[in-house]
Design a protein around this ligand. Structure first.
Ligand code: FES
Length: 161
């Protein structure tokens, strides 16, 4: 049986099969989710908030808890979309505001432009560039460093498992 999920702030609804994870619902909408860890609950690039219907999702597992602990934007209603499977109706998902770093394809082309949304660190959710701020070359260098940091972090996590 299909379950209907609402995505905020897009305001769209989508149907997914019972027991499928939330990530599949997000991907259906072609949202740019990096899934840096390949949906294994080890990065936080699929972090979402559950506005309603937390009880309609499978409970948090240990790995998911551990990963969520490192994100500064984590709230009591945070989940990793790749780990939360839908078992009931009435789930409303809120996508965290801002844009994760991985969405910037051609990073150099952003120099001299204003950030249209907050640009967030993909691991800890820290705001790297605030909305409306001018993006400078030194910021770009910092963003690139962050990318390296992210791959290093992920290889460590993978090794540790
Ligand atoms: S895709 Fe990495 S935690 Fe979900």
């Amino acid at each position: 049986m299909a379950k209907i999920i609402r995505l905020d702030p897009l305001g769209t609804e989508t149907a997914i099969k019972t027991n499928d994870n939330l990530l599949s619902a997000l991907l259906k909408h072609e949202l740019n989710i990096l899934q840096e860890c390949g949906g294994r609950g080890m990065c936080s690039t699929c972090h979402v908030y559950i506005k309603e219907g937390m009880e309609s999702l499978t409970p948090l597992n240990r790995r998911e808890k551990r990963t969520l602990e490192v994100i500064t934007t984590c709230k009591p209603n945070s989940r990793l979309a790749c780990q939360a499977r839908v078992i009931g109706d009435g789930v409303v998902v809120e996508l965290p505001p801002g844009m994760y770093l991985h969405q910037i394809d051609d990073i150099e082309s952003l120099i001299g432009k204003r950030a249209q949304e907050d640009i967030l660190h993909p691991i800890n959710g820290k705001v790297l560039v605030e909305k409306g701020k001018l993006i400078t070359r030194s910021m770009i260098v910092q963003l690139k460093d962050t990318k390296v940091e992210v791959s290093r972090y992920l290889s460590q996590v993978t090794d540790a498992v």
